[in-house]
Write a protein that binds this ligand. Structure first.
Ligand code: FAD
Ligand code: MLT
Ligand code: ZN
Length: 485
């Protein structure tokens, strides 16, 4: 149904967008045609970089008229190839990176209206200037944009307390597939005018429309924080510790990240300037952060007491509380560098899974043993957001395997892992989305009701299939008898 762009369309777009907003130069395009992990390489006839919502609407109208596909892109940090255009070319890359205005930011409404291209760390800085914060962060905060975060319903390391993007987005402005502008920016607490288009666009991965701005919830800035690094013998002990900390510190616990010894070793080996926070060896580690608002006592004493008691009872093996902001940042740097260290170390089949939080420790142990027995030489490294029931369950290739392992052996490993997750009633994509990487697995494992509804929504809102084709929604191509990816 979709067509490659005609020369006439390209000329019209070039004239409307000007040299800053339109390029066909290979040097400009190349860096944006490959995903962060280097797994996918795409092609595009041009990159469009509008600077206003009106320009986005015009681009979509012109492309819809010729049925030319558009691939929206923010910081290009997708973990699932979501922002990489199809390899056969024909699509246009739509970069939102020039839409960088923070239209408003208020400590009265506790909200910020950000255009799609605002980088997450910039929003953090802007909110801090008025004594507020945007309570979502992740390792890619220096590149990831608001449009990308909304469109992937990103999670990160504060979901435990504040939820994913879904609970932080109060309003959305978007250009739909026919070029019409949906203005849903006003943060209405109550609004029962039927289907919630805002929630539909969150996590839609650009397949239903282009997010041009979002109204985001802010919370009071942190007055003080206490960051601990804890050594333990099992993931089960880690989950029990989280429940105990919640009893002692309540809402103050906002991050609780699980790091296996193997992941810590990779970071120490590959990331310059990192050092182990604890002296001894521990099979598992946890990075926990507790915070208090300005004017309230620091959570340090309470955290120290709870950890001391846990140590006495043998629930944990060791712990240290960062004695300065610099040390707290050093702990976080270790956690946030795991993906980078893994990428440097060699091939791995990556999985982003969730199960019921209470079931996760047993699931991790059982699934790791099953995978390593079924695929000799592989090693499982599962890390991440234990308190959300979400870990990145990565299976490292056997020693000496080259990049071809990813094509030849990894797909079977992935099917095995996803079968275990599905049997446990879990999800094969907890926070990274489906993109192109998980498309065939979603088609294989999702129940017919879910798939049918997703296809119906996609077809109704994007009848010509021009919005990020080949991502998120497994459309069955009857003519080919295969997935149209
Ligand atoms: P892109 O990668 O450019 O795009 C992501 C998807 O959104 C694509 O499908 C794209 O087409 C679509 N899209 C982008 N902009 C728009 C728009 N304006 N309108 C419509 N669609 C759009 N994710 C987590 O959830 N939790 C983590 O802890 C986490 N940690 C990460 C750590 C690292 C080091 C890296 C590299 C990534 C991590 N991610 C994590 C992945 C995460 O998805 C992205 O960081 C972020 O959400 C994507 O933002 P982006 O601007 O880079 O989007
Ligand atoms: C993380 O939690 O570090 C990210 O989601 C990235 C990853 O899965 O590698
Ligand atoms: Zn994560």
């Amino acid at each position: 149904m979709a067509n490659p762009p005609s020369m006439q369309l390209l000329e019209t777009l070039a004239a409307r967008l000007g040299p800053k907003g339109f390029t066909r130069d290979e040097r400009d395009l190349t860096p944006w045609l490959e995903d962060w992990r280097g797994r996918y390489r795409g092609a595009a006839a041009a990159m469009l970089s509008p600077s206003t919502t009106a320009e986005v609407a015009e681009i979509v109208r012109l492309c819809a008229a010729e049925r030319v596909p558009l691939v929206p892109q923010g910081g290009n940090t997708s973990m699932v190839g979501g922002a990489t255009p199809p390899a056969q070319g024909g699509a246009l890359l739509l970069s939102l990176r020039r839409m960088t205005a923070i239209r408003s930011l208020s400590d009265v409404s506790n909200s910020a209206v950000c255009e799609a291209g605002v980088i997450l760390s910039r929003l953090h800085e802007a909110a801090a200037e008025v004594g507020r914060r945007f309570p979502l962060t992740l390792g890619a905060r220096g590149s990831a944009t608001i449009g990308g975060l909304v469109s992937t319903n990103a999670g990160g390391t504060q979901v435990l307390r504040f939820g994913t993007m879904r609970s932080l987005v109060q309003g959305i402005e978007a250009v739909l597939a026919d070029g019409s502008v949906f203005d849903g920016l006003t943060p209405l607490k109550k609004d029962n005018r039927g289907y919630d288009l805002r929630q539909l666009l969150i996590g839609a991965e650009g397949t239903l429309g282009i997010v041009t701005a979002a109204n985001l919830k802010l919370v009071p800035a942190i007055g003080s924080r206490s960051v601990a690094w804890i050594g333990l013998s099992s993931a089960e002990a880690a989950l029990r510790l989280l429940r105990e900390l919640e009893v002692s510190l309540g809402d103050a616990v906002e991050s609780f990240e699980l790091v296996p010894e193997t992941a810590l070793d990779l970071v120490l080996a590959h990331v310059v300037g990192t050092r182990a926070p604890l002296g001894g060896r521990h099979r598992w580690h946890v990075l926990a952060e507790a915070t208090a608002p300005a004017g309230a006592p620091s959570p340090e004493a309470e955290l120290g007491k709870a950890l001391g008691e846990a140590l006495e009872r043998g629930l944990i093996e060791d712990a240290v509380i960062a004695s300065s902001e610099a040390q707290a940042e050093a702990f976080w740097r270790i956690r946030d560098s795991i993906s980078e260290a893994e990428r440097k170390d060699g091939p791995a089949a990556k999985h982003d899974i969730s199960v019921d939080v209470a079931a996760m420790p047993d699931f991790m142990t059982g699934a790791a043993a099953a995978v390593e027995a079924r695929f000799p030489g592989t090693r499982v490294i599962a890390f991440g957001h234990l308190g959300d029931g979400n870990v990145h369950f990565n299976v490292r290739a056997p020693e000496g395997a080259g990049p071809e392992w990813l094509e030849e052996a990894a797909p079977e490993v992935t099917r095995f892992v996803h079968d275990l997750v599905t049997e446990a009633g879990g999800s094969i994509s907890a926070e990274h989305g489906i993109g192109q990487m998980r498309l065939s697995e979603l088609a294989r494992l999702a129940d017919p009701a879910r798939l049918g509804a997703m296809r119906a929504i996609k077809q109704a809102l994007d009848p010509h299939g021009i919005m990020n084709p080949g991502k998120l929604v497994p459309l069955f191509d009857l003519a080919q008898g295969s997935l149209a990816e």
